[in-house]
Design a protein around this ligand. Sequence first.
Ligand code: FAD
Length: 468
Amino acid sequence: MRSVIWFRNDLRVLDNPALHNACLTSNQVIGVFIITEEQWREHDDAKCKVSFILRAVESLRKSLEKINIPLVVIDAGNFKNSETELLLFCKKNEITNLYFNCEYQINELKRDRKIFENFKKENIGVFHYHDQVIHTPGSLKTKAGGDFSVYSPFKRKWFEELTGDQLKILEVPKRQAELNIDSINITDYQTKYSSSIDDLWPVSEEHAKQMVESFLKTRGDAYKDDRNFPSIDGCSKISPYLNIGVISSKWCLVKAREHNNNQLEEGSKGIVHWVSEILWREFYRHIMYNFPRVSMNKAFQAYTEKLEWSENQEHFDRWVNARTGIPIVDAGIEEMKQTGWMHNRLRMIVAMFLSKNLLIDWRKGEKFFMQHLIDGDLASNNGGWQWSASTGTDAAPYFRIMNPETQSLKFDTQGEYIKKWLPQLKDCPISEIHMPSNPEQYGYVKPIVDLKQSRQAAIDAFGSLKKN
Ligand SMILES: Cc1cc2nc3c(=O)[nH]c(=O)nc-3n(C[C@H](O)[C@H](O)[C@H](O)COP(=O)(O)OP(=O)(O)OC[C@H]3O[C@@H](n4cnc5c(N)ncnc54)[C@H](O)[C@@H]3O)c2cc1C
């Protein structure tokens, strides 16, 4: 029997349920990856992220070669054509079954529902699996039978419902007999999207596994504290690999358990905390599935749609160009532009500054992040932005606004992070680095807003909204 595994955000051979099941049932398996440049543009995928995906596809091709599974790349342009192109390919190659792992964004779900219907009409079986989450979205319910919108009870339920089988790693399938199928070469696409950031982010499953192992071994125990300080190498930086599936979250959880005396909920404070961050990622995937409005540019808390956001273009441009005059904020934006990644504490500080102090619509910030992040991910990015803007699930209450200067003093006390990303401030004394009194002398700028006044204006704007 001949089957296709359609790779999407699961660019790996280890612990890949769709691949595993395709190989269990078929003696001839062909891998397919579909290029959809129109969707990448529409989804604001950063150039560095696209390059990362293409490099991961190349690495996947090599891993699949070892088990004689050819990887065919098809350029369909967009989602709509994906289905037609895939069907053509399946018919031409006498494919009987199609396998894939689910994606949870609204358009992807719609596309897959159509594929189920249309492929069935052509007598091609369609089989789907869940690889991005441990519990299938929609399967965890509150006592009242509803969907969770608050993280802590979600996490409790996640552990209550966990069975040993759910954390079983699926091995790399055995080698099949050789099979030759033609594919397009992706070198031209790689050249088109290659970016100066590429060298910072080597891609392969082996590399991702080593990153997790090395993090858990050397930094896992200290993670709970160290993760707050952006100048410390305290977190795993595994997000880009997790988001396109070079590594599975299940594998990360199993490794965390191994490094923590076979426990997930107790033991090393650092590792237990890291596990809870992986569950935040899963929480936001459940949210996106259960409340599709969040992937349609809508606020989770509908009442916040009435807020009159500021249209001040100069403020937005200054934020985008790292010229707000608040060093910690500008340093965060620089880190993202120069590396494709931003430390979590900075993401919160920078997002709160835009959505609260500048009172600019969180959607503008969400889009800008997507355009620059190598780990840009609709569910987590939207979740993080709506949390920061107090419009989302489990969001920060609107009156609890992080003061970027205080955050800077607390988490970048010596100004190391600021100096790294804003070298123009390298001679600024530590006593002034968090808010220089005469920034122009360093070629820097004065703050675009007064932090106290703008904070109060945000509280007033949110406070005037009615919750119904
Ligand atoms: C405004 C804002 C935007 C964000 N945008 C994204 C995004 O586009 N893509 C993305 O992957 N994460 C996003 N996050 C979440 C978080 O900042 C990153 O996942 C984390 O910084 C990645 O670094 P790491 O791999 O070293 O994480 P670690 O601290 O090592 O954590 C391990 C993993 O847990 C998950 N995780 C950690 N924190 C969170 C969180 N708050 N929400 C969801 N998952 C989490 C990630 O998959 C991460 O790789 C955003 C957060 C905020 C506040």
